[in-house]
Design a protein around this ligand. Structure first.
Ligand code: DX5
Ligand code: ZN
Length: 226
């Protein structure tokens, strides 16, 4: 596995939307690798969040790649809209998608990076046949739908399994984790094989400020890699 730097993907779900450009700018300055945008439809998950207009505004506010995590029932209806708005990668859930391979090929045809997402109760084995087609796997470490939830520790063995599968089938594929990632849990996920960490409340909700929170998160995570 690439022993490079652990990448941080701040999730704007926890940001102050009245100052979104400023907060994302702070994350960019502090070395964020990408910005994570959580899209929820109140159906696939029991919460509403944001849509393509936010991506469009962010596109003008940062040079960082924008990754869009689609927690929606019919992602196929919205792929073009998010790509036109400025998404650089689209993360598609395995759950509820009867034609996952087709959705993934459509994202690739739009010229964007694509990732597959699995929920805490979904086994790593569902990735076996699709792994070769994706740039990224996102293992949810909470049940999707809300920020600031507790990290689910039973996802750690699965992260290890996914890392093994990636090394065998698609070396270079990113392994990202999302939910309850903070200075305590980040090193556990890195030890298990994650190389991209999504964090919302630990970055934008931190009283010490965005830059200091990212530094602390990154330092703990990278120490685990050495
Ligand atoms: C949860 C979202 C996460 C969320 C993480 O459904 O997918 O990206 O923003 O928030 P924290 O880091 O606060 O758990
Ligand atoms: Zn997310």
């Amino acid at each position: 596995m690439d022993k490079g730097i652990i990448k941080l993907a701040p999730s704007i779900l926890a940001a102050d939307f009245a100052h979104l450009g400023k907060q994302v700018g702070e994350a960019e300055q502090a070395g964020a690798d990408r910005i994570h945008v959580d899209v929820m439809d109140g159906h696939f998950v029991p919460n509403l969040s944001m849509g393509a207009p936010i991506v469009q505004s962010l596109r003008r506010a940062t040079r960082l790649p924008l990754e869009t995590h689609l927690m929606i029932s019919d992602p196929d209806f919205f792929l073009e809209e998010f790509v036109e708005a400025g998404s650089d990668s689209l993360l598609i859930h395995w759950e509820g998608n009867n034609n996952l391979h087709r959705t993934i090929q459509r994202v690739k045809a739009l010229g964007k990076r694509v990732g597959v997402v699995i929920n805490p109760a979904t086994p790593a084995s569902v990735l076996e046949e699709i792994l070769q087609d994706v740039d990224q796997v996102l293992v949810m470490t909470v049940n999707p739908g809300f920020g600031a939830q507790h990290f689910i520790h039973t996802t750690l063995p699965k992260i290890r399994r996914v890392r093994q599968m990636i090394e065998q089938i698609k070396p270079g594929c990113d392994l990202e984790v999302d939910g309850g990632i903070d200075a305590t849990t980040a090193p556990l996920t890195v030890d298990a094989g994650a190389n991209v960490l999504v964090a919302g409340s630990a970055i934008f909700g931190a009283s010490e400020g965005v830059a200091a929170a990212m530094k602390r998160l990154g330092a703990g995570a990278n120490q685990k890699k050495m």
